[in-house]
Unconditional design. Structure first.
Length: 130
């Protein structure tokens, strides 16, 4: 047999390389969907003046802020949702207002929504605000 010109790794090196790295546990669909389900049947919490249509077609509106996990091609975590009507949701996502105005509108709605959601889901307010 002919010898290879490449040095082969010893057993300790190969074991070290093959060790599995620990990964952060991602939330399951069931864990996230309970936050989305909490938005059902609620009025619009965004209440954008001149845009809001009330409690018709209320959907969970995810945060568009990077501090909540939003990124290019990524949606924020389901915990960071607020019930909003279709018109307010469209205004938050595609509206002409400045980002700071949209962020402050969403943040105010989230502050009002936290205690309501905590009561509805049987959680402590501190658990929700993480």
């Amino acid at each position: 047999m002919k010898r290879s010109p490449f040095k082969t790794a010893d057993r300790a090196t190969s074991l070290r390389r093959s060790a599995m790295k620990s990964r952060v546990k991602k939330p399951t669909v069931a864990e996230g969907s309970k936050y989305l389900a909490a938005c059902r049947g609620e009025p619009c919490f965004l209440r954008v003046f001149g845009v809001c249509i009330g409690s018709e077609s209320v959907v969970p509106c995810h945060s568009n802020q990077s501090k909540h996990g939003k990124g290019m091609g990524l949606k924020a975590a389901h915990e960071k949702t607020v019930p909003g009507c279709a018109a307010c949701h469209a205004w938050i996502d595609q509206g002409p207002a400045a980002r700071e105005v949209k962020f402050s509108t969403w943040d105010r709605a989230y502050e009002r929504w936290l205690p309501v959601r905590a009561e509805k889901m049987g959680l402590e307010v501190e658990e929700c605000s993480s």
